[in-house]
Design a protein around this ligand. Structure first.
Ligand code: ADP
Length: 296
């Protein structure tokens, strides 16, 4: 006979170990004290979860690539904008040259600056895309949440505007950092913003006059960092509410929803020790609150 003392039960998730040859692997470790035939002992169970974590990462990657595919129209639009400005600037210069017109140094400087700014803008969009597409490593970094938020907006912002959806940003300039990965957090905001957009578009079907409104706000309270994403879409009915984090649960038509967005979002946020809370009113809109511990 043996007794388990649950209050001394220990659980260490995802600890990094190194094999003899220097190969890293991850384990979950459980330890609990037992008394066995009158002797005190400790049972330690160690499970290698490296393969599971790799599968997880592959799933996240697959979903990310799908999102990127869906977003390609918007991305093309984002990059076209700076290209158009550059094209117009260079055509104007050629025209001046052909007409043998002189322009002042100041005018040349202004144009050169404008062109250079547009090149920077296009480069920034491409860098954000690269960062988003890259698979993230397993170790965590310190992240300022404004970075992944701005990164995602640089990719999808214009597309939302075209669809008559405004995104209001209220980012706290003094927000403490959190632990995580920039590009996995981009995936989180991508998913939440896409869902907000879909909910608004669904409502637009019955209310064509509707102006979409999404608020993204960050703030800190009591050592926590909070991101709030609020939309004025269809809302989540009560009977759907407790299913939305399940993998493959979707209310969207086939081909549109995979039902993985929130399952992945939940997995990532939980990995970083964070929590997700939802407030929603059917027909009026939804607010997601993500809470993370601040690192000092
Ligand atoms: P998908 O977007 O592919 O359906 P998700 O896991 O991201 O998968 O979302 C699951 C379901 O949760 C959606 O189909 C939708 O019914 C609901 N949902 C998620 N976010 C919102 C939102 N902001 N407003 C209304 N419903 C939402």
């Amino acid at each position: 006979s043996y007794l388990v003392d649950y209050k001394d039960y220990l659980y260490y998730p995802k600890i990094l170990h190194i094999k003899n040859g220097g190969v890293p692997f991850y384990v979950n470790m459980h330890a609990c004290p037992i008394s066995y035939g009158g002797t005190q002992a400790v049972v330690v169970a160690v499970t290698d979860i490296t393969e599971m974590m790799e599968k997880d990462a592959q799933l996240v990657q697959a979903a990310k690539m799908k999102t990127l595919g869906e977003m390609s129209a918007g991305i093309a639009h984002e990059i076209n904008q700076p290209l158009n400005t550059i094209k117009m600037g260079s055509e104007y210069l050629t025209l001046l040259l052909e007409q043998k017109k002189t322009i002042s140094d100041d005018q040349i400087r202004d144009m050169a600056t404008a062109i250079s700014e547009q090149v920077d803008r296009a480069t920034e969009i491409i860098n954000n895309l690269r960062a988003f597409g890259r698979k993230s490593g397993l170790t965590m970094e310190r992240v300022s949440l404004a970075e992944p938020i701005q990164g995602v907006l640089s990719i999808i912002g214009r597309q939302f505007t075209i669809q008559r959806i405004a995104i209001r940003l209220e980012l706290d300039d003094n927000l403490p950092q959190v632990k995580g990965h920039n590009n996995r957090l981009q995936q989180v905001f991508f998913n939440l913003l896409n869902n907000a957009r879909d909910a608004i578009q669904e409502k637009m079907e019955s209310d064509p006059e509707l102006y979409g409104d999404i608020l993204v706000r960050t703030y800190s309270e009591n050592g926590k960092v909070v991101v709030l994403i609020s939309d004025n879409g269809v809302g989540i009915p009560d009977d759907v509410r407790n299913k939305i984090f399940e993998p493959f649960f979707t209310t969207k038509q086939t081909g549109k929803g995979m039902g993985l967005g929130l399952a992945i979002t939940y997995g990532i946020v939980r990995d970083y020790g964070g929590t997700i809370r939802i407030e929603s009113k059917s027909g009026e809109g939804t607010t997601f609150y993500l809470t993370f511990s601040a690192v000092d």
